[in-house]
Design a protein around this ligand. Structure first.
Ligand SMILES: Nc1ncnc2c1ncn2[C@@H]1O[C@H](COP(=O)(O)OP(=O)(O)OP(=O)(O)O)[C@@H](O)[C@H]1O
Length: 256
């Protein structure tokens, strides 16, 4: 099942944020959305999960429009890890992660399958040691992992993450990228907004680049991540090389 959007226009307070954009994401692949600050990346994700209603255009899962689904069904199909998540509830980590099962919850509370999904998500995000801690007292990076666990616990067919590496140390950045990759490998769709171009090149099967509310480029990573396209997107000169281990290195070197 693909996730697609057609002719999306979003205007906020008189400003055109998305300008009739169209595109399609495939399951089984990681798509990284890139673009300068303010390009419209978070706004596009908000439209894709139904948090914002565009003035025109539509979002479809397979051949069904997002608006034809109720919020529980949408919640089971699409999970969003928002940008700069912040936890203010005075509850423990395993309770927060359990909230990710709400779209699945039956009348009698959490089932064995719900508990299993929560445990799996906590293990996958290295949160087991945090399970009984109060989430609001954790560091920013730890909170980020907990909120990723909450989304994973919902086992959505589509996982959307807005800058999930922000405030993570390098080791946990690799863990999260590996997690996203393996989530896609099991047949789910993964769409992730990143600013780190090297990490983007490592994790992405596909890339979509936004510029000023329009799509500048979209396609397979190797076709889209060129110095020319990135220069146009960000206004910087970028050097693309490979590490000794053969991994891509994409380094901005100066403003154009
Ligand atoms: N509620 C709002 N009212 C008015 N303008 C808004 C609102 N929300 C976002 N914008 C504007 O929409 C534009 C796109 O914002 P968006 O958050 O989608 O960008 P982004 O590409 O995710 O940026 P960043 O990389 O900085 O997170 C920005 O210019 C922003 O100021």
């Amino acid at each position: 099942m693909s996730l697609s959007f057609e002719g999306l226009s979003l205007t906020l307070r008189g400003r055109k944020i998305l300008k009739e954009v169209s595109g399609r994401f495939q399951q089984g692949r990681v798509t990284v959305i890139l673009g300068a600050n303010g390009a419209g990346k978070s706004s596009l994700l908000s439209c894709l999960v139904g948090l914002r209603e565009p003035q025109s255009g539509e979002v479809k899962l397979g051949d069904r429009t997002l608006l034809s689904m109720d919020s529980r069904e949408r919640g089971r199909l699409i999970g969003l890890l928002p940008q700069r998540p912040d936890i203010h509830w005075n509850v423990d980590v395993k309770t927060i992660v359990g909230l990710g099962r709400l779209p699945h919850a039956g009348r009698w509370g959490m089932s064995a399958a719900d508990h299993e999904a929560v445990l799996k998500a906590m293990a996958a995000t290295d949160c087991n040691d945090l399970a009984d801690r109060k989430a609001m007292r954790l560091s920013g990076g730890e909170q980020g992992r907990v909120l990723l666990a909450r989304v994973l616990a919902g086992e959505p067919q589509w996982l959307l993450a807005d800058e999930p590496l922000a405030s993570l140390d390098p080791a946990h950045q690799f863990d999260v990228l590996d997690r996203l990759k393996s989530y896609a490998k099991t047949g789910n769709g993964v769409i992730v907004v990143l600013h780190d171009l090297t990490q983007a090149a490592r994790v992405a099967d596909d890339i979509m680049i936004l510029k000023e509310g329009s799509i500048l480029a979209a396609g397979r990573c190797e076709d889209v991540m060129t110095a020319e396209v990135l220069g146009e997107a960000y206004g910087v000169e970028v050097q693309i090389t490979t590490s000794d281990a053969g991994e891509p290195l994409v380094v901005p070197v100066r403003r154009l």
